[in-house]
Write a protein that binds this ligand. Structure first.
Ligand code: ADP
Ligand code: ZN
Ligand code: ZN
Length: 798
């Protein structure tokens, strides 16, 4: 027997199946989906077994040297999916398969075999390995080749289990933490020369919460000794704190029962249940305003799938994978639910994944990559907030979770539900053409009306002498809510709002020396950072260009808004949520629950507060600068603006108290802002489709973005021109090839960047032609200088 193997060498020459001989002892043990170690040239490398065959047409083939799994880590379906995915995204098969297994399995961690039942169930030949305990090293047992088959059988019978030693279970890890003894301590008390000590005190006052000693030393670049001195002097206190591993560990979930559905919910769930029952693959677009009860529809559809003995995959955007969201699924399905999100450690992710593989769970709720959950009997796939761009992976393989969901839906003959209050134009257009089935939920469950939206013209404010970032109207409302004991949410769009450093005298802006982009000011470290390459430098005291000391940071970050807010509303208690305040594990949840408990009047934050927030006392939502996203040069900017404004306004008045939304804008007449007032998605869709038609953008056409980069500018230009010429020659006349032009970000990490764009309706030779482009420059690419990246259906145009 021979095995056809994809080897772990990500190059295009090796992106094919290689033949290896299966040693006699391992026949019938090695199956497709198992990982093996094979000789490759002078090296030994890992590979995935994709297929088996009786013999090879090749003369001399080498034998497989080692086996890494006893149970396939890729199911038959996932093997097919990987093949398809690599074709569609023009990436290596290897990368597609690696996407589907947890990171822990790609590390060099040791594996152990664990005895899960009584040792007398073991055959005599294995007994010796378990004499001193119920664990033994895989590598010891597998010294004898024939043991593999025995182990495989015992794993199937549940007597043994093979696992990586990644979990850090049992041991509760603690770390040293410090906090201020007296938060009102005056710096003057310290000796004038104790600069380092003062820095620490200032920093602790600023963050107003304990921090681990390690983190502090790193951030302030100070020494342990300075910390110890402050402890001795009694300014700060040191203590041990348990490090949070799983923010959901130990949380008890209140069980919930299915609610009796409203007439509208009943209407939309019927076709879903029918599709489930008749085992048919349909894609549904569940278009329901916020609060219309989409989640309840998901839950009851899943329930049905489980009753039929099938499994469910639910995708939610990472950012809305909040404890509140998880609770709704755990509350209904209890321990049958696995949760996959980026907050988990490598070991925890691996544990959740094994639960799926071993069929200990029937529902997985997770972010994008959960779409690859190795279930074998999928009954329903749900993508909540289907318009979210985070469902598209921006690295290779550049896949969209929606496409994968539909592939799997077809394989398992099961329904796929795409849910959103503001569907992507692509999906809605498909629903209009009946490619997807449109299921509308037009009213909120409790008949509560959608919040009233007021758009404030900020130009008018300026004319009336208001120079602050808060309009008169918003300020009045904020005061009113504080007086009434109700809560407000203030939303600041992060994009387009980085804080950059500029010289007031000459206009010089500090930029990264490796990338064509301005550096971002980080207040806590008092440094400048490049968000593309990580380059960091000290905040300059004088302008590099003219020497002036009028160098300041600009832009309205959340920190600045917070300062301004406390100035105009001194009595307001504000919780700020942005990347800076939520960096530590569990802090996201901590801040949210503090707000939920009413510990603040105002929640101020970025994108991360736009979703999922559901607190009864929120009656006011303010959007500080609605336009910041509208002017990003991207054909989807109006769509994103409308989606975000709708999303944000959905946070207000979800319960008994009525909600109000104030949107501040310099372009209040733009339809993407204007139409939020009437919450009129349909009208927005029509207006935006008209724009897309004029500009010839999706959904009227499909797009491909080709990005070419190289350290030398002349080389980039020649290659880009060659590519564009080739595409123009090879593709149909009706297809449009644009460029080459310099990318919006013309240089990153010392590499120059150019791009070409393809717009097409129907182009049968597209994938083939793009493969040829990759092949043609293979020599330069392999030498590591040239990069040609191809993005099918792109979302990012930088
Ligand atoms: P969406 O997901 O569309 O934003 P939710 O599922 O969050 O809407 O529903 C909004 C609120 O209405 C939730 O508090 C939910 O528990 C409640 N709800 C949903 N369906 C029903 C129903 N059939 N009867 C009573 N309450 C419901
Ligand atoms: Zn940089
Ligand atoms: Zn200057």
């Amino acid at each position: 027997m021979i095995a056809k193997v994809i080897v772990d060498v990500p190059t295009s020459q090796t992106d094919r199946l290689f033949d290896y001989e299966i040693p006699k002892e391992w026949e019938n043990v090695i199956q497709p989906g198992i990982r093996v170690v094979v000789p490759f040239g002078p090296r030994k490398i890992q590979g995935f077994v994709i297929d088996l065959e009786q013999e090879s047409p090749l003369e001399k083939i080498k034998p497989i040297e080692d086996v890494l799994d006893v149970v396939p880590v890729l199911t038959k379906e996932l093997l097919q999916l990987g093949e398809w995915l690599s074709e569609q995204t023009l990436s290596f098969k290897l990368s597609a398969y690696q996407l589907m297994i947890p990171a822990a399995m790609r590390t060099k961690v040791k594996k152990e075999i664990v005895l899960r039942s009584d040792s007398n169930q073991l055959p005599a030949s294995l007994q010796k390995f378990f004499q001193s305990g119920d664990k033994t090293l895989w590598s010891d047992v597998l010294i004898e080749k024939q043991n593999l088959k025995i182990v495989q059988e015992l794993v199937k019978d549940g007597v043994l289990e093979v696992r990586y030693q990644v979990e850090e279970k049992g041991k509760k890890k603690t770390e040293r933490y410090i906090k201020l003894v007296d938060s009102s301590v005056q710096l003057e008390k310290l000796p004038a020369r104790a600069q380092k000590q003062k820095e620490i005190i200032t920093f602790l006052k600023e963050i107003a919460e304990p921090i681990s000693v390690q983190a502090l030393l790193k951030r302030l670049e100070t020494t342990r000794q300075v910390v110890t001195t402050l402890v001795k002097k009694g300014y700060i206190q040191e203590f041990a704190q348990e490090v949070y591993r799983d923010p959901l560990a130990g949380v008890h979930y209140e069980r919930t029962m299915p609610l009796s559905l409203t007439a509208q919910q009943q209407e939309v769930i019927t076709p879903i249940l029918n599709s489930l029952e008749s085992k048919e693959h349909d894609t549904f677009l569940l278009h329901g305003v916020t609060g219309s009860g989409k989640t309840e529809v998901y839950l009851q559809s899943i329930d049905k799938a489980l009753q039929m003995g099938r499994e469910a995959i639910v995708l939610v955007p990472e950012i809305s994978l909040t404890p509140q969201m998880v609770q709704r699924f755990k509350g209904r399905f209890g321990s049958k639910v696995a949760v996959l999100h980026s907050g988990l450690s490598m070991g925890e992710k691996y544990d959740e994944w094994r639960k799926i593989l071993r069929k200990e769970v029937e529902v997985v709720v997770g972010a994008r990559s959960a779409i690859f959950a190795p279930f074998t009997n999928v009954g329903i796939i749900i993508i909540d907030e289907e318009h979210e761009t985070s469902y598209k992976q921006e690295e290779n393989p550049k896949y969209h979770a929606r496409d994968v969901a539909i592939f799997r839906g077809g394989y398992h003959q099961c329904p796929v539900i795409l849910g959103s209050a503001t569907p992507s134009l692509e999906s809605y257009a498909r629903a209009k053409k009946q490619v997807y089935q449109l299921l509308p939920l037009t009213t909120r469950v409790n008949q509560r009306s959608m919040p009233a939206v007021e758009v404030v013209d900020m130009r008018e404010e300026l004319r009336n002498g208001n120079r602050s970032m808060f309009s008169f109207s918003l300020l009045e409302m904020l005061k009113d809510r504080i007086d009434k004991g109700e809560q407000s949410v203030l939303f600041l769009n992060r994009r387009g709002y980085s804080t950059f450093v500029m010289c007031r005298d000459c206009g010089y802006v500090a930029t990264c020396e490796h990338c064509d982009i301005s550096l971002t000011y980080h207040r806590t470290q008092h440094s400048l950072k490049c968000h593309y390459c990580g380059h960091e430098e000290k905040m300059p005291n004088t302008c590099e260009s003219c020497g002036s000391d009028h160098i300041r940071f600009f832009g309205s970050g959340t920190q600045k808004v917070e300062e301004e807010l406390t100035r105009v509303l001194p009595t307001a208690k504000v919780i700020r949520m942005d990347i800076d305040t939520t960096r530590r594990k569990g802090s996201h949840e901590r801040l949210l629950s503090a707000f939920g408990r009413g510990e603040a009047n105002i929640l101020l934050g970025t994108q991360m507060i736009a979703k999922g927030l559901d607190f009864p006392k929120i009656t006011l939502v303010g959007v500080l600068a609605a336009d910041s996203m509208l002017h990003i040069p991207d054909f989807r900017s109006a769509e994103r603006t409308f989606q975000l404004m709708e999303q944000v306004s959905g946070r207000a008045g979800r319960h008994e108290l009525e909600g109000k939304v104030i949107i501040q804008s310099y372009t209040p007449d733009h339809y993407s802002i204007e139409l939020v007032k009437s919450h009129d998605y349909e009208q927005f869709f029509q207006m935006e489709m008209a724009q897309r038609k004029i500009g010839l953008y999706p959904p009227y056409v499909f797009m491909v973005l080709i990005n070419i980069s190289h350290p030398e500018l002349t080389k980039v230009i020649t290659v880009s021109e060659k590519i564009a010429a080739f595409l123009k020659r090879e593709l149909q006349e009706s297809t449009i090839v644009l460029g080459p032009v310099a990318s919006p970000l013309a240089r990153i990490k010392d590499r120059y960047r150019y791009q070409c764009m393809i717009k097409y309706r129907n182009e049968p030779r597209l994938l083939e032609t793009l493969r040829e482009v990759q092949q043609h420059f293979i020599r330069d690419i392999n030498q590591g200088q040239l990069q040609v990246s191809i993005d099918m259906h792109p979302y990012m145009f930088t």
